[in-house]
Design a protein around this ligand. Structure first.
Ligand code: ZN
Ligand code: FE
Length: 258
């Protein structure tokens, strides 16, 4: 079975749109719908008809394209059960631990409370792909808006049990600012320095910094590195739990003036 074709594009201010397509069945899904016109432009480029939208959470910059796309394509919208009443046009709801078949592939739904309470991620193990929404970013993680820092810690941490070969698709292009902050915590992390340089170069060339490979992200993303001795020394939290370190990092980021 050939791999899914993944087309990622920038839209709105700093959102990523993503369209995944199975050339065998023709099934075509948008991961979130930040901007219906941008999604339609991208579909048109490759001559595709949208059959599904997978919604990660209820924020406007992830669902505001739903109704226009549904009207134009009659696509089915899948999204989080816990936020069903806030997802326009939703047809089918899922919660963490559930699996469903899409275009002959099994998709696992992962609960990721924190950014919003009902936030879910979609994982396609056979495709080594994770659609993390606003839970994980490259070298960062989502702002904790509805849940607790403890919930967000568990949401992010559970991604460590996914294959490190997995491509992680995220909701926003925030990588440059994230690198700047991460370097204040772990200035001697060579992989992080290299990532920061790579990101500058990619952005200067007008390219995107994502998706990322999970195994690479584990080496540079402070929220996945709460056991790092250097981070702990920077924070003077040598004996704290990983969850406490996570909470401190996330809180500092909120107050960080880059
Ligand atoms: Zn959001
Ligand atoms: Fe967002």
């Amino acid at each position: 079975m050939p791999h899914l074709d993944m087309r990622q594009f920038k839209c709105l201010e700093d959102n990523y749109g993503l369209i995944i397509h199975d050339s065998v069945t023709g099934a075509t899904a948008a991961i979130d719908a930040p901007d219906a016109d941008a999604v339609e432009r991208e579909l048109k480029k490759f001559g595709r008809q949208l059959t599904h939208i997978f919604t990660t959470h209820h924020h406007a910059d992830h669902v505001q394209g739903n109704l226009q796309l549904k009207e134009h394509f009659g696509c089915k919208i899948f999204g989080p059960k816990a936020e069903a009443d806030r997802i326009p046009g939703i047809d089918q709801t899922y919660s963490g631990g559930e699996k469903f078949m899409w275009s002959n592939r099994e998709i696992e739904v992962i609960d990721c409370p924190g950014h919003t309470l009902g936030h879910i991620a979609f994982h396609i193990p056979s495709e080594f792909s994770l659609f993390a929404g606003d839970t994980l970013f490259s070298v960062g993680c989502g702002r904790v808006i509805e849940g607790t820092l403890e919930q967000m810690f568990h949401s992010v941490n559970q991604f460590k049990s996914i294959s490190p070969h997995t491509y992680v698709y995220v909701g926003h292009e925030y990588t440059k600012a994230n690198c700047k902050f991460a370097l204040t915590l772990e200035p001697n992390n060579k992989k992080l320095q290299a990532r920061a340089n790579e990101v500058d170069k990619l952005l200067a060339e007008g390219r995107m910094t994502c998706p990322v490979v999970l195994g690479d992200e584990l080496k540079v993303n402070p929220y996945l590195r709460c056991d790092s001795l250097e981070i702990r020394a920077t924070l003077s939290m040598e004996t704290a739990t990983d969850a406490e370190v996570f909470a401190e990092i996330r809180t500092r980021k909120n107050n960080f003036k880059g």
